[in-house]
Structures are given as structure tokens and as C-alpha cells.
Write a protein that binds this ligand. Structure first.
Ligand SMILES: C=CC1=C(C)c2cc3[nH]c(cc4nc(cc5[nH]c(cc1n2)c(C)c5CCC(=O)O)C(CCC(=O)O)=C4C)c(C)c3C=C
Ligand code: FE2
Ligand code: FE2
Length: 364
């Protein structure tokens, strides 16, 4: 494959820094054909499904895609808004909020987002950055807990692009932020705001996306990082061990996944006489199908139909102001040594200020 040369090198050009937020990706429409494309790309990633390729190709194309595409399309249709997929609009909003906050903090950085699967692709955003002479990239997979299926896969997409680029940018990667005080604090504030309005539940459930159980034995730190987030958040909220549970949702296929599973736990709690549960999903940066449909709709139905009385779903952090501020402070600490506060070009600085103004930075 020929190496790409988007712009000619010129002497004396100042370093340009970008923050690239990457989320999982989502279908372009809630239709079976869009789902087939999206799931086909997602589930063909060997980081996501670790089964020998030829066997998996047959199962995926012969069974999973024909059946799951239309089933999943109906689920997506139930959460789709006039802005499209919640994952897409939520990621765009978070990006804009972080861009505004970084500008307010005086950083001259581009903040963009890409999707690991679907659009805008990681390669297309990196191509655009290269054309704009971006020379330093802070890569931020939007997963607080490290997992090979998500975090490492995001880096795979970036390194695949780098393999065909002549002039590689400097690259830093935010590996995880599952125990960062700024993240735990933002989660705690969100929960506390809810409890100030509604009082405390009988049980607080923190539901994380599941993974095949064998990945824990193979050394993936994901399970431990989910539990650490759960423990830190519970401690910050003053909860005793009996007041909360850490569970895993979105099981896929027949093999064992990380336990306890969210939905059976909700049913069990209701049967044990727990009247009210509050559920939140700290592993998802923005609300998406997995939180809005699987938890807020299906999880609620499971709990109430098993005898539970009150089910509250507490949203993800999304683009909350205090999270955009906390996240930007966290990202700033990863920019250390890259001087982003001295403008290279006064004209560009004025443009950045105008852009920040247009993005509402003054209100943050
Ligand atoms: C083997 C299959 C899957 C693994 C492993 C997996 C890991 C994993 N996923 C997320 C985050 C998200 N997953 C989402 C949707 C989704 N996940 C799978 C399968 C696996 N995920 C499927 C098939 C789907 C599509 C929906 C469906 O058909 O059920 C989403 C939501 C995307 C959206 O558009 O809203 C997110 C986010 C993590 C964090 C993770 C491992 C830790
Ligand atoms: Fe998933
Ligand atoms: Fe563990």
C-alpha cells in the first residue's frame, strides 16, 4: 500500500495538537441493512470476538447477521431521536463541551471525535487532521475501564492508519480513567443530585457492559477496573457493601460472561423484596442503546414485573458541565510537555477564540 502524503513538509511550522475522542460507533440508521453493515464491521474485529476467523466468519454471516440485524434495528428504532443515534449525538455533544472547555482553559487544541466502527471513521478523521498539519495527538478512547475489546481495538485502528502514513504524528493514549478522582467525583455528583430530588434507593446497581468470562482469566484488567470504579463510587457516596451491587449486562452468545448478570440480578432483588432500585451505567461515557433500551426499558420491565415497585435509571455523564470541566482537566494533565497555551499564530488564536465563543465557552 502506498504511503499517504496529505501535505508537503514545510520548515518552521509550529506543532499542532489535537485531542481525538473515540467511541464505539453506531449504525447510520435504525434499519436492518444499516445494522448489517455496522454489526458486520464490529463483530468481525478479532479483538471483539476471539474465535478462529474461518469458523466465526461462517457463524457471523450464516446465522448472526441475518437474524440479529432486524432484531437490533427494532431496538435502535425505540431509542432513535431526530438527532439520530443517541451514541452519535451524545458523543458529538461531549466533544463540543470539551472543545469549549479546553478553549476556556486557554489551550489551542483541536478536539474531534471518531467512531471505531461506522462513521466518522478513525481513518477519515486522522486523514483530515494530517491535511491540517496536526503533529501531536492525544488519543482518548471513551471507555473509563480498559478492555482489549474496546481500548486496544481503538489503538489498532489508529496504528493501522499510521502504518500507511509517511509523517506520523506524536501519539499519546489515555489508557483508562476508571479510578480518576475527577471521574468518580463527576459520577458521584450526578447520583447525589438525583438522590436529593428522590431520596436514596433500597439498592444502588452499577451495571457495566459484560465480556466473556474467559477474558478475565486471560489477563484483561476490565473486570477489576469495573469493580474498582464501583467501590470508589460507593465509598464516595457513603454506601455500605449491602447497599450496592456491581453487575454486567449485554451478554452475547451462549458462553459464560462476567457475572453477576444485570437482568437476573434485578429480578432476584425484586423477588427478595427490594422495593426500589436505582441503576446507573458508569462504564458508558454517553447514553446509547445499551443504557436507554437494555437498562432503562428492559431492565425496568424485568424489575417491575418481578415484584419491584420503583425503578430509576440515572443517565450517563454525557456532556454534563461539571464532567466536561473535570474531563478537560484530566486531559490537560495528559498534554504535559506539549505547549498548547502559547499560540503559534495570533490570527489563529483569534479564530480559536471566536470558535470557542460560538461553542458557548463563555457560559461554562
Ligand atoms: C462479542 C460481542 C461483544 C463484546 C465483546 C462487546 C464488548 C463491549 N461493548 C461495549 C460497548 C458497547 N456495545 C454496544 C453495542 C453492542 N455490543 C455488542 C456486542 C459486544 N460488545 C453488540 C452486538 C452491540 C450492538 C447492539 C446489539 O445488537 O445488541 C454499545 C452501544 C452502541 C450504540 O449504537 O448505541 C456500546 C457503547 C463495551 C464497553 C464492551 C467491552 C467492555
Ligand atoms: Fe458491546
Ligand atoms: Fe477482578
Amino acid at each position: 500500500m502506498p504511503l499517504s502524503d496529505p501535505t508537503a513538509y514545510s520548515h518552521g511550522s509550529a506543532p499542532k495538537t489535537a485531542i481525538l475522542l473515540v467511541n464505539l460507533g453506531t449504525p447510520d440508521a435504525p434499519t436492518a441493512s444499516a445494522l448489517r453493515r455496522y454489526l458486520g464491521e464490529f463483530l468481525s474485529d478479532p479483538r471483539v470476538v476471539e474465535i478462529p476467523k474461518p469458523v466465526w466468519w461462517l457463524i457471523l454471516n450464516g446465522i448472526i447477521l441475518p437474524i440479529r440485524s432486524s432484531k437490533s434495528a427494532a431496538k435502535y428504532a425505540s431509542v432513535w431521536t431526530e438527532r439520530g443515534s443517541p451514541l452519535q449525538s451524545g458523543t458529538a455533544d461531549l466533544t463540543q463541551a470539551v472543545a469549549a472547555e479546553m478553549a476556556r482553559l486557554g489551550h489551542h487544541v483541536q478536539v474531534r471525535y471518531a467512531m471505531r466502527y461506522g462513521n466518522p471513521s478513525v481513518a477519515s478523521v486522522l486523514d483530515e487532521m494530517a491535511k491540517q498539519n496536526v503533529t501531536r495527538i492525544l488519543l482518548v478512547p471513551l471507555y473509563p475501564q480498559y478492555c482489549a475489546a474496546t481500548t486496544a481495538s481503538t489503538l489498532d485502528a489508529v496504528t493501522a492508519w499510521m502504518r500507511r502514513s509517511r509523517r506520523m504524528p506524536e501519539l499519546r493514549v489515555l489508557n483508562h480513567f476508571h479510578d480518576e478522582p475527577l471521574y468518580i467525583e463527576a459520577l458521584a455528583r450526578k447520583i447525589e443530585a438525583h438522590w436529593q430530588q428522590q431520596g436514596r434507593p433500597d439498592k444502588f446497581v452499577m451495571s457495566f457492559h459484560g465480556m466473556p468470562a474467559r477474558t478475565l482469566k486471560l489477563g484483561d484488567p476490565y473486570h477489576c477496573e469495573c469493580h474498582k470504579t464501583g467501590r470508589l463510587l460507593a465509598e464516595r457516596l457513603g454506601l455500605a457493601a449491602a447497599d450496592y451491587a456491581v453487575t454486567f449486562q449485554s451478554r452475547f452468545g451462549k458462553q459464560e460472561w462476567l457475572q453477576p448478570y444485570t437482568e437476573p440480578t434485578l429480578r432476584q432483588l425484586a423477588k427478595e423484596g427490594v422495593a426500589r432500585v436505582d441503576v446507573t451505567c458508569p462504564g458508558f461515557s454517553v447514553d446509547c442503546l445499551e443504557t436507554l433500551e437494555e437498562i432503562a426499558m428492559e431492565g425496568k420491565e424485568a424489575f417491575l414485573s418481578s415484584g419491584g415497585k420503583v425503578f430509576n435509571y440515572i443517565d450517563c455523564l454525557n456532556a454534563e458541565t461539571h464532567w466536561a470541566q473535570g474531563f478537560s482537566r484530566l486531559l490537560t494533565s495528559h498534554l504535559q510537555g506539549w505547549n498548547t497555551t502559547v499560540p503559534a499564530d495570533p490570527k489563529k488564536l483569534a479564530q480559536t477564540r471566536e470558535r470557542a465563543k460560538a461553542l458557548g465557552a463563555e457560559n461554562l
